[in-house]
Ligand binder design. Sequence first.
Ligand code: MN3
Length: 192
Amino acid sequence: MPYDYTALEPHVSKSTLEFHHDKHHAAYVKKFNAAVEGTDLDSEPLEAVIKAIAGDSEKAGVFNNAAQAWNHTFYWNSMKPSGGGMPTGDLAKKIEADFGSFEKFAEAFKAAGATQFGSGWAWLVLDNGTLKVTKTLNADNPLTSGQVPLLTMDVWEHAYYLDYQNKRPDYIGAFLNSLVNWDFAAKNLAAA
Ligand code: MN3
């Protein structure tokens, strides 16, 4: 993680980050490394592995751990201490152009997170030059459909249950108001 375990308090607790990073994320990384050790996939970049094995039913287990390893690193970077608020510069202009307003983007992002049934992720992506909000189930991510991820929010229960219990919308509100790292999203847009 690019910050300390207490850095996102009070919105995401030290306890949540300890379990989420040291148990959940670490387990995905460990299982992925064990699965590819000694195979052709071992020397490939993680993003290339994810794209190469997506949809291969014989490699579903490897895919899940690869994608979850990548998704979590992307998620840690999608937040920062004293984050939240409004984007600026080119990203702000593009959000206004493609969603109509920042408020409409926020509505769509909140809805994607709140309506992802079960475990998954909400995303801001660039899809053929247009910004879109999407959601994915379990380990799936936008890399496999040719979209460029700019930002993600984990909505698996382990991301918020210790702090918010069943109140997923409260976690989503805190993510947008106090945690989201717009600099990271702007950097991803500029590199796309
Ligand atoms: Mn998670």
